[in-house]
Ligand binder design. Structure first.
Ligand SMILES: Nc1ncnc2c1ncn2[C@@H]1O[C@H](COP(=O)(O)OP(=O)(O)OP(=O)(O)O)[C@@H](O)[C@H]1O
Ligand SMILES: [Mn+2]
Length: 271
């Protein structure tokens, strides 16, 4: 009869690396002291245990799938993993302490650019996440069942306002509302039926809706077939330090632009 640990051992057999997500120092030290012949990587919002290599998590994701996905992408950026590697992730699913081990096979498709979007944008990571989630949700559900498009310009709002003009009255004119407030998500979805862009500050304040963007579009190179919404979204990120998150009405994909370049393309149905 096989012992339980033999049966469960399959989860960690032949892995190239062990990823410890937000380990306590005693948990980390047990692994470090064991001098395993696999790479030991710590993934956490802060490197409290002084590990090297270390991957910074831009956010403490409560969703374990998201947490692991981001950790892997960050590891990709540092060249710590490559396609085909198998790794074991030690995570705390029900609280701080590690209570789960998850085996992941690394695929090139895990490298979506989303890590870079969160870690290296000017706006706060939590703000990018909230806007991104609104775009994904809108893409999944549409507005009253119909596909909708939307354009969110996040960060460097003063400059973005200078390079745009109003199409209509600004419903956020005198308000002090932030992305992530539940009521705001409803408003954003409602207003996304209407024309133009949302402008959002680094800290997540909704500065304006209905903005017509007028950036210089020269030198902006985006995939052929994308129209004016995507072109203006991409171009404003070349003219300013903003990030643009665009939901396409015609193909239903969410794309992100930074520095005038497309950095991410995601199908909301698969997210
Ligand atoms: N310069 C701009 N600034 C803000 N919003 C814009 C701008 N240009 C277009 N839009 C918005 O994008 C909408 C769709 O335009 P268009 O079809 O050309 O874009 P697209 O890139 O093809 O996007 P979609 O895939 O959603 O159709 C317009 O109705 C308008 O609301
Ligand atoms: Mn179009």
């Amino acid at each position: 009869m096989a012992a339980l640990s033999d049966l469960l051992g399959a989860v960690v057999s032949d892995v190239e690396g062990v990823f410890l997500f937000s380990p306590s120092s005693s948990h980390y030290e047990r692994f470090a002291d064991a001098e395993l012949d696999v790479e030991l990587v710590v993934v956490a919002p802060e490197n409290a245990v002084g590990a090297d290599p270390y991957v910074e998590l831009p956010l403490e994701f409560t969703n374990v799938r998201d947490r692991i996905r981001f950790g892997i992408e960050g590891a990709f950026e540092q060249g710590l993993v490559e396609e085909g590697d198998a790794i074991a992730c030690s995570v705390g699913v029900f609280g701080g302490d590690a209570d789960g081990v998850i085996r992941v096979r690394i695929e090139e498709s895990m490298r979506s650019g989303i890590y870079d979007l969160f870690a290296n944008s000017r706006a706060e990571p939590g703000v990018i996440r909230d806007v991104f989630e609104v775009a994904i949700e809108l893409g999944k559900k549409g507005q009253k069942g119909k596909p909708v498009g939307a354009l969110f310009v996040v960060g460097d709002a003063g400059k973005v306002m200078n390079k745009s003009r109003p199409l209509s009255y600004n419903p956020f004119e005198k308000s002090h509302v932030h992305v992530g407030d539940p009521i705001v998500n409803v408003m954003l979805k409602e207003f996304s039926r209407l024309d133009g862009a949302f402008v959002i500050s680094d800290a997540g304040k909704i500065v304006s809706a209905y903005r017509y963007l007028e950036p210089a579009a020269e030198g902006v190179d985006i995939p052929k077939g994308l129209g004016a919404r995507h072109m203006s979204g991409a171009a404003i990120t070349r003219d300013t330090n903003a990030t643009a998150i665009v939901l396409s009405e015609s193909d239903g994909l969410v794309r992100a632009f930074k520095g005038g370049q497309i950095i991410l393309e995601i199908d909301p149905e698969e997210y």
